[in-house]
Design a protein around this ligand. Structure first.
Ligand code: UDP
Length: 318
């Protein structure tokens, strides 16, 4: 297929672009490089350096068969301080993209949604039927886009899939996480091991979990890429499907730190700090629906293996 990947210069978008190229697709990456890196765009893809708001001419020229939409602002803390950026880029930008798709007669889309659309869960593992009560603007903006896609499917015949990622980690195709402002646990632990930080602060050790630290579901970015390839042809016109993507096992912050120590051989000094606002005790996905419908199954469920892939790729980067 001829494809547009928005956000293809970012972490997940670049890995999925590499997987799409390996599968024989033709890819144009649409990315304004506000947080992405031009050198992360895999060889073989064309880069259009424009924002979502200005995506119309690119879609008119490429006439894609489908769009994979990753481009977004994605930091929970920043979304609370500057909500306007999140509504503008994520919601207004996505609206511009969907209108550009209609104008180019392209109606197939796979969208990067998030576990943050659910907020504090009543029960884990979280299923797609769970109530959506986001606790921050980031999650609210992604939920708004999910709602936009439902209405575009009904009114305009879009064939859409929202993939609700839990905690994406690891590396694939030589591409890993490289954020200007790093807030995520695994990269921070690895930065300590690489000597780029003194220590790691564990945000709260008084949660109702076995070791008192938060439990999260870490899904390998290569498994996530598999899910996009399966999702792309799946929906019919007029259909908007929603799938959770996690590996179904929760690991605590302490277990992640232990895995990073094992992989790197570094002691990774830790301090215990207060809880981070808005952090639920446990976020674990039920991915039963995508397993049943599309036959997806994660191949990298071992935490040490996920952290090792991230570490090796980080070490190989300039
Ligand atoms: N976390 C932590 N110290 C850090 C960064 C994260 O203890 O320096 C914890 C955080 O409180 C949460 C888990 O690690 O329980 C995963 O957080 P991360 O920021 O990686 O992912 P998010 O939950 O924001 O998607």
């Amino acid at each position: 297929m001829r494809l547009i990947v928005t956000g293809g210069a970012g972490y997940i978008g670049s890995v999925v672009t590499a997987a799409l190229l390996a599968d024989g697709h033709e890819v144009t990456v649409l990315d304004d490089l506000s947080t992405g890196h031009a050198d992360a765009v895999p060889d073989g893809a064309t880069l259009a350096d424009v924002s979502l708001h200005d995506s119309g001419p690119v879609l008119a020229e490429v006439r894609p068969d489908a769009v994979l939409h990753f481009a977004a602002k994605s930091l929970v803390g920043a979304s609370q301080q500057h909500p306007e950026d999140y509504w503008h880029t994520n919601v207004v930008g996505s609206l511009a993209l969907f209108e550009a798709m209609r104008a180019a007669d392209c109606r197939r889309i796979v969208f990067s949604s998030t576990a943050a659309t659910y907020g504090e869960p009543d029960a884990v593992p979280i299923r797609e039927e769970a109530p959506t009560r986001p606790t921050n603007t980031y999650g609210a903006s992604k939920l708004a886009i999910d709602h936009m896609l439902t209405s575009y499917a009904v009114a305009h015949g879009f064939a859409a899939v929202s993939l609700r990622y839990f905690h994406v980690a690891g590396a694939a195709h030589g591409l890993g996480e490289r954020h200007g402002t790093e807030t995520h646990l695994i990269p921070i632990a690895l930065q300590v091991a690489a000597g780029q930080r003194e220590s790691l602060t564990v945000f709260g050790q008084d949660y109702p979990t076995p070791d008192g630290t938060c439990i999260r579901d870490y899904v390998h970015v290569g498994d996530l890429a598999d899910a996009h390839l399966l999702a792309l042809p799946a929906p019919a016109a007029g259909e908007h499907r929603i799938y959770n993507l996690g590996n179904g096992t929760g690991f605590s912050v302490q277990e992640v730190v232990d895995a990073a120590r094992e992989v790197t051989g570094h002691p990774i000094p830790v301090q215990v700090g207060p809880r981070r606002a808005g952090d639920p005790a446990q976020l674990v996905a039920s991915s039963d629906r995508i397993r049943a419908d599309l036959g997806w199954a994660p191949r990298h469920t071992d935490l040490v293996g996920i952290v090792r892939d991230a570490w090796e790729t980080m070490r190989a980067q300039p």
